[in-house]
Design a binder for this molecule. Sequence first.
Ligand code: SF4
Length: 333
Amino acid sequence: MAVAEQGATTHDEPLIRVENLQKHFPVTQGLILMKTIGYVQAVDGISFTIREGRTLGLVGESGCGKTTTSKLLLRIERPTGGKIMLNGEDIQDFRGDKLKEYRTTVGAVFQDPWSSLSPRMRVRDIVAESLVVNQGEMSREQMEVRVAEVLEQVGLHREQAHQYPHEFSGGQRQRIAVASALVSYPKLIVLDEPVSALDVSIRAQVMNLLKILQNEFNVAFLLIAHNLATVRYMAHDTAVMYLGQIVEYGDTEEIYHNPLHPYTRALFSAALPSHPDLIREDIVLTGEVPSPINPPTGCRFHPRCPFAMDRCSVEVPEYKEVEPGHMTSCHLY
Ligand code: SF4
């Protein structure tokens, strides 16, 4: 399967198509000359698609490139290679009104509901901010109507628009963050660890809210999460990242029931021991994640892989479709 088709399940153009995306950060030395002595390969040639109304879960250990990927999608960072296409158009080409439109098309909800909302702003102004910045043609009355509407859609009361963030609980604050992301009728919301800072009892409520909103508004999610149970519950498709690359991709239930890549299997073995419907393996992840400045040759996972063979340290495994819609990069397949 060609790189551009990785992750595609039908032939129509997906909402988001990421092709061979790369983000390398220069490592410099010297205070004045700032000589570049290497590059952090934070994201190194990843490809995936996100379809309308679907959720793609991105999992992997800290530093594997998940958050850099989300920043590239949000255009907070610019790629050093590859493309992100929205409905077939390269987002790096967007300027002026087109860029404003993109900013309304893609929203974001971040991990910490305590620090992501300005404590000095009323909920009304926090939620309306994206409308003010990107939809300047709306009147104040229209904005107030929209803010009241979206607050009710996330399970808050319109009267709460006049309150400040500190007057709300953690779960309610994350609902405000969801309202801010939703207010401009986005087609995609990047959810970066959206429930990990919440009490366990509140997590299910926020996850259920997100699923309801997705069904109602056909919005797609890119879900970044450490918690594999959260991804299984929320995501239609799952991509597993290791050292800046996607090592496995496919339908979530297929991956959770039939993980192929030794890294995915080790990750699941450590994190999902109590799920009775999943096969439990004892694959222990040893060693630290190698430096993304100087990643291992061949398969990047080979220094930690219990199944490593001689060829693994010299040959880069091909990323290929092993079962219908189920991709992985490993010499075992
Ligand atoms: Fe392990 Fe080799 Fe597969 Fe890499 S290619 S995951 S080292 S078996």
